[in-house]
Design a protein around this ligand. Structure first.
Ligand code: PNS
Length: 158
C-alpha cells in the first residue's frame, strides 16, 4: 500500500490544488493532505479554518485524509507511513524552489521520494495569492476555488 502526502499552506485551497489531490488519489492507495503551520508565512486563514475548508472542499472519501503539521515535512510523511511527497508544478518559475525543496527533503530522508504532477492547463496560472488578490478587489473568483472557499474568502475580505 503506497501512501502519498500532498503538502501545502492551502491559504486557501484552490481548484488547482484539488485537481492535484484528486489526480494523486487516482494513482496512490491513500493520500494525506498535509496543511503546514508555517511561522514564516502570514496566512489569511487560521490553521483550523484551513483544515475545515480543505475537508469540506474535498468531500467525503476514504482515500483522502486531511491533517495539519508543524515541523519537518519528511517527519510528517514518516508519521503517516508514507514514502511519497506530491507537488504540483505549474510553470518553469515553480521549478527552482521545488527542486531545492525536493533535494533537501531527499537529503533529510533519502527514502522519501518527491513526485511532481504537472498542473492541468486550466489551472496553470492559478495560485492562492492571486485568488486572494482578485477577491480583495471584488473580482470574480468563481471556478478558481471551491464554492465553500468562495464564500469564506468573501467573508474574510469583506
Ligand atoms: O503551499 P506551499 O506554501 O508552497 O507549501 C510549502 C511546504 C509546506 C511544502 C513547505 O513549506 C514545507 O515543506 N514546510 C515544512 C517545513 C520543512 O520540512 N522544510 C524543509 C523543506 S526543504
Amino acid at each position: 500500500m503506497t501512501i502519498a502526502v500532498v503538502p501545502g499552506s492551502f491559504d486557501p485551497i484552490t481548484a488547482g490544488h484539488i485537481d492535484i489531490i484528486k489526480r494523486a488519489a487516482e494513482i496512490y492507495d491513500e493520500v494525506v493532505v498535509g496543511i503546514v503551520v508555517n511561522p514564516n508565512k502570514r496566512c489569511l486563514f487560521s490553521l483550523d479554518a484551513r483544515v475545515d475548508m480543505v475537508k469540506e472542499a474535498i468531500g467525503w472519501t476514504d482515500k483522502i485524509r486531511v491533517d495539519a503539521f508543524d515541523g519537518l515535512l519528511v517527519e510528517f510523511v514518516r508519521m503517516h507511513d508514507a514514502r511519497v511527497i506530491i507537488r504540483g508544478l505549474r510553470a518553469v518559475s515553480d521549478f527552482e524552489h521545488e527542486f531545492q525543496m525536493a533535494q533537501l527533503n531527499r537529503r533529510l530522508d533519502p527514502e522519501v521520494e518527491t513526485i511532481f504532477v504537472m498542473a492541468s492547463p486550466e489551472y496553470a496560472y492559478l495560485s492562492s495569492s492571486i485568488v486572494k488578490e482578485i477577491a480583495r478587489y471584488g473580482g470574480n473568483i468563481n471556478g478558481l476555488v471551491p464554492p465553500n472557499v468562495e464564500k469564506l474568502l468573501r467573508d474574510a475580505l469583506a
